[in-house]
Design a binder for this molecule. Sequence first.
Ligand code: KG4
Ligand code: ZN
Length: 342
Amino acid sequence: MCKNTTILAIETSCDETSVSVVSNGRNILSNIISSQIDVHKKFGGVVPEVASRKHLESINQVLDSALEEAKVTFEDLDAIAVTCGPGLVGALLIGLSTAKAIAYSKNIPLIGVNHIEGHIAANYIEHKQLEPPFVCLVASGGHSHIVNVLSYEKYEIMGQTRDDAAGEAFDKIARAMGLGYPGGPLIDKIATDGNPDAIDFPRAYLEEGSYDFSFSGIKSSVLNYLNSKKMKEEEIIVADVAASFQESVVEVLAAKLVKAAQAKQSKYAALAGGVAANKRLRQVLKERGEAAGIEVLYPSPVLCTDNAAMIGCAAYYKYISGRTSDLKLNAIPNLTIGDVRI
Ligand code: KG4
Ligand code: ZN
C-alpha cells in the first residue's frame, strides 16, 4: 500500500493566522484558524503592520495546535506548504520564515502556494469527485476572477474585476452604513430581513460577452442613495439597502459564472473565496445552475474564507508533480493566478 502524503500548510497572507495538516491532498487532519478580525475591527479594515505583528504573536501557538490536533509530529511530514502571495508583504513573510525554518531544519521540501489557487483548491476538499477542467468564480476581499481551471497547474483567466473586488464592495458599503467590519457576513445576515427589490441599484454587465466585473458603479450608487436620504432626513431602511445592494452584486456574479461555464461546456461551476460564503449567491447560483444543467459547487463557509487547509490541498498537487520551491522563495504581494514566478 502507498504511504500517505502528509503536508503541513501555513497561511498568513492577510488577517488570519492558519496552520493545517492535510493528508493526500483532500483529507484535513487539522485546520486551525486564528482570526485577527477583532483587532482590525476598530480601524474599519486590516492594518498591515498590526497584521504582521499579530501573525508573529500567534504563529507558534497555531502551529503547535495544528500538529497536536492532527496527532502528528514534524517527523511525520512529507513537505511544508506556505502561501507566498498575493497578500500583505509583512504578513506573508511571517508564514514564509516559519515554513522555511521547518523545511530547512527537517530537510523536507518547501512548496510555495498561490493564495488564489488555494481558494480554488478548497473545492477539492469537500467535492471528492471534482477534477479539472471546470470553471470557478474566485471572489474575495482582494480578488474577483472567473477562471477556467484547465488542470491542477494551468489556469485561464476568463475575466476579472476592473476596479474593486466583490468582497471589497461589501466591506465598503457595510462601513458606509455603519455595520462594521468585515462587511460581507454582516450584509449577508441583515439582508435576510430586507427586500432585494426595494431599491433598483445598477447591474454592471459591461460589454456583451465580457466576463469582467466592475463594482465601483454600484458602490457609488449606494453611497449616493445613502447621502441623498441623509440630506433629505429620510429614513434609511438598512436591511432593504443591504438586500438590494447584495442582489445586484449576486445577479452579475451568478450570471457571468453560469455563462462562462456554458461557454467552456463545463459540467461544474465552482465558487471560491470569502464571498462564496454568501447565502444569497449560493442560492441564486444553485437555481441558475440547475436551469442550465450545470452542477454548482462551493466549499463550506470555513473553507471559503482564508484557511491553511486549502493551501495544503493545492500544495499536494504541486508535490506529486515535483513542483517544489527552494529556500530562496520570497513573498510576492502581487502574484497573479497561474503566475510562473513560483
Ligand atoms: O477570502 P477571504 O477570507 O480573504 C481574501 O483573500 O480577501 O475573503 C474576505 C472577504 C471580505 O471582503 C468579506 O467581507 C467577504 O470576503 N465575505 C463575504 C461573506 N463572508 C466573507 N462577502 C459576502 N457574504 C459573505 N457571507
Ligand atoms: Zn483569501
